[in-house]
Design a protein around this ligand. Sequence first.
Ligand code: DI6
Ligand code: FE
Length: 399
Amino acid sequence: MRCDRLWKDARLATMAGDALGIVEQGVIAAADGRILYAGATDDAPRFEAVEMIGCDGRWITPGLIDCHTHLVHAGDRAHEFELRLAGASYEEIARAGGGIVSTMKATRAASEAALIDSALPRLDALIAEGVTTVEVKSGYGLTHEDELKMLRAARALGEVRPVRVCTTFLGAHALPPEYTGDADGYIAALCDDMLPAAAKAGLVDAVDAFCEGIGFSAAQTARMFDAARRLGLPVKLHAEQLSNLHGARLAAESGALSADHLEHLDADGIAAMARAGTVATLLPGAFYFTRETKRPPVDGLRAAGVPIAIATDCNPGTSPLTSLLLAMNMGATLFRLTVEECLAGVTRNAARALGLSREVGTIEVGKSCDLAIWNVERPAELVYRMGLNPLHARIWKGL
Ligand code: DI6
Ligand code: FE
């Protein structure tokens, strides 16, 4: 059988099924960017490969997926970090006009080219650790033009780097100053104008909102979800990070791909997510950086069989994190996830959180040949180390 490239003498963690999917003596064949065969060397058909790559027993996992980021934004919030170190809380800073609104001002002032330029080092850091798919949200423009500018910048990232970019419309991230006292008016502008325009321009893969006391109410979130449904777009939600507005239940009942953060999630929310198959995306970087002490209900999620994903939440305010490997370590250390859960969280379940289960997330025949090849002795090392990057090679669409 002919193929373009063949990786041999490898150990595979295919992540297929519900565990690591380990193959001790494995081979992967790719043709036209897709996986043609992945499995035991002994069972493999005889391949005639254009290029044969010996892996010297290295481990291969699916390319990693960061399914929740705010990678595109201008400026930084190091100064607010200093204020927080001096005792101010995130909510105090937000209410005093800092927080998301300060990044909004910088993002509005930046050109599309400047947004791309400033996001590239962050994207490159993710790519250097084997990320092959990344989600990027809008939400720091908060005007028609600036939200579209952010989404175009996000799409452009996928053209200047070998990575799959999924875009999420997060117009309902914060109330822009122009709408002070009129959150419902802003939601109407999002639903009737900004979201349809962004969708029409092909810039939206999913719709998200920040459902919080300092963000938008459940009723306002429901209106965003209705607008998404009218456009045929999937939804996801920032839910239960700082308070419990029952956003996760609302998201699940709206068929959401994921509900994210979830520190304050209750049993009712867990049950709704389990019924709907909504992924719980945990963001340990934000938990760590804000010195949150309330942990998401991991035992309850596990017991209910809710799939768990892990992402960086890379954003300037609450998670200036550009390492998905470190996010896994934090998931294990802070949230007590197992190694298997951490790895599933950045592969199989992250793909599901993006609605991309058929395309990526496991090493299986027919999927995009997105791989990460590692200099590790066992998969647990990927979760165990802090600050060492053991990536040997990264393959995206077979190349
Ligand atoms: N949740 C978060 O943690 C970030 N956004 C969100 O919806 C915070 C974003 C920021 O502070 O800039
Ligand atoms: Fe976020």
